[in-house]
Design a protein around this ligand. Sequence first.
Ligand SMILES: NC(=O)c1ccc[n+]([C@@H]2O[C@H](COP(=O)([O-])OP(=O)(O)OC[C@H]3O[C@@H](n4cnc5c(N)ncnc54)[C@H](OP(=O)(O)O)[C@@H]3O)[C@@H](O)[C@H]2O)c1
Length: 255
Amino acid sequence: MRVMKTEKNKVALVTGANTGVGFQIAKALAENNYTVYVGARNLEKGKNAASQLGENAIAIELDVTVENTIKLAAKAIEKEHGLLDLLVNNAGISNAGTRQGTMEEMLAAQMPSVASISEMKAVWNTNVFGALAVTQAFIPLLRNAPSPRIVNVSSGLGSLTMNQDPSNPYRKSFDVVYGASKAAMNAITVSLANELEGTNIKINAVSPGFTATALNNFQGTESVEEGSKEPVRVALDESGVSGQFTGPNQEHFPW
Ligand SMILES: NC(=O)c1ccc[n+]([C@@H]2O[C@H](COP(=O)([O-])OP(=O)(O)OC[C@H]3O[C@@H](n4cnc5c(N)ncnc54)[C@H](OP(=O)(O)O)[C@@H]3O)[C@@H](O)[C@H]2O)c1
């Protein structure tokens, strides 16, 4: 028997939700009765993903580096719902896609002494400026929701404190193209949390586990289901915490 819905679904947008971690977050939200907008820079891929998630999922074209798609997505969600309960800034890239190679080879080319500035700009354009541009466009809709949240999908690589810890085996992977973009995203998270203090909008950063996705040439050690657990937990968390950064085992990461 079909259970009648008594309450209106909450409304969420996940950027880069056609695959990987974003898809898992969208899946969990759809299963938890959110109406979830599956943001995708390629609408066909978004539609394909949404069709796998059932009636609560709606594909929406959104390239975080293309202002017009951000504006149109915000207008469409405003027209349909007048608010947004949850924004997940998940879309991200680890390189500009101009080279082939293993994760190790890519990382070596992204170290500060040799990194291509144009590659750095391309990655920061998506991971940093894109995430902030989407956030700015949706803040007015978030303000209309009763308990709105923003979740920034970051990385442990973005923790400056952990990158200075000699016992951290990942610190040698702290590059300026990808790792530093996540440090910048973290800085923006703290800045926004400070600005929004005293409002009802909560904002947190979260790192997935080291997950096998296109982002790392599928060299991650966790499945998407395992690696996405903490982003899914934070996305569903309505406890009201703000200004926090957590890692794959729910541990608090230092900024
Ligand atoms: N995998 C890990 O181990 C790991 C660890 C720490 C943090 N993260 C973070 O987790 C997030 C998701 O990454 P993932 O591992 O799931 O990688 P992924 O499978 O490569 O997914 C990245 C998603 O972002 C989308 N995207 C890229 N550029 C975009 C743009 N300009 N506009 C809109 N969407 C765009 C991709 O779209 P297309 O399909 O069209 O390319 C894809 O949907 C990223 O922010 C990443 O930095 C991942």
